[in-house]
Design a protein around this ligand. Structure first.
Ligand code: ZN
Length: 228
């Protein structure tokens, strides 16, 4: 019997293959004849990262988070963000504690100044789907894969930086992410900055509708903003 992970296809899989009837992505399984899952895939599906407690400092309360909903950064096989350690019991349920959830600004940093490879970036949008199994490990800081929900986006760092700079310049001019993504700029704002937005718009326009621009938008920050 092979030791490949049914989902991600990596070797060394030791956990039994256990997926809920609601799991529908079987056609994407990378080792469809295997009857095993690796620890990393198994953890948010059946294992220690399925449900987690998160301390909401601002709300002064514990919230339950699904492990599948996390945006993650791995260095080789080590999860470095967020941090999952210890455990907490609340309302009679004991789960591991997750802390240091990444902000959009941090994710932006991963993309513009990636860590030394190998690293793996997984960015969740809906929090509803298992996306970790499909993530591909990056081997190069200047050209690397990013798992954005169910899509693998190959990022050329210099290109990404150029689009992000223009996207953020448009945000600084007062345009919303929705306006920039659609190209339907509000006429009041347009009149105020015309024609200074054009150089930025010309860079963004060819990417409109692409998942790469969705990734830019997901992490883009107004320069004066210090968080999401
Ligand atoms: Zn796996």
């Amino acid at each position: 019997m092979s030791d490949f992970c049914y989902l991600c296809g990596n070797s060394g899989a030791t956990r039994p293959l256990k997926l809920a009837a609601s799991f529908t992505a079987h056609s994407a399984a990378r080792a469809p004849h295997s009857d095993r899952l690796c620890n990393r895939c198994d953890a948010p599906i059946n294992g220690s990262e399925k449900l987690l407690w998160y301390w909401h400092g601002a709300k002064s309360k514990w919230s339950r988070l699904w492990g599948r909903s996390l945006t993650r950064l791995y260095l080789a096989d080590r999860l470095v963000c967020p941090v999952i350690e210890g455990s907490h019991t609340e309302r009679g349920k004991a789960f591991p504690i997750v802390r240091d959830l990444p902000t959009r600004a941090q994710m932006r940093g991963w993309l513009l100044e990636p860590p030394e490879p190998p690293f793996t970036i997984v960015i969740a949008e809906s929090g509803q789907k298992h996306i970790l199994p499909w993530a591909i490990e990056a081997r190069d800081r200047d050209y690397f894969p990013v798992q954005l929900e169910l899509d693998v986006i190959w990022v050329r760092r210099a290109e990404f930086a150029a689009i992000a700079a223009c996207f953020e310049s448009l945000m600084t001019m007062g345009f919303s992410k929705t306006e920039i993504l659609s190209g339907e700029y509000h006429s009041d704002r347009l009149t105020r900055v015309y024609p200074h937005h054009e150089a930025h718009e010309d860079v963004v326009a060819p990417y409109r509708g692409s998942r790469l621009l969705a990734l830019v938008s997901h992490v883009a920050q107004r320069p004066e903003a210090d968080n999401d």
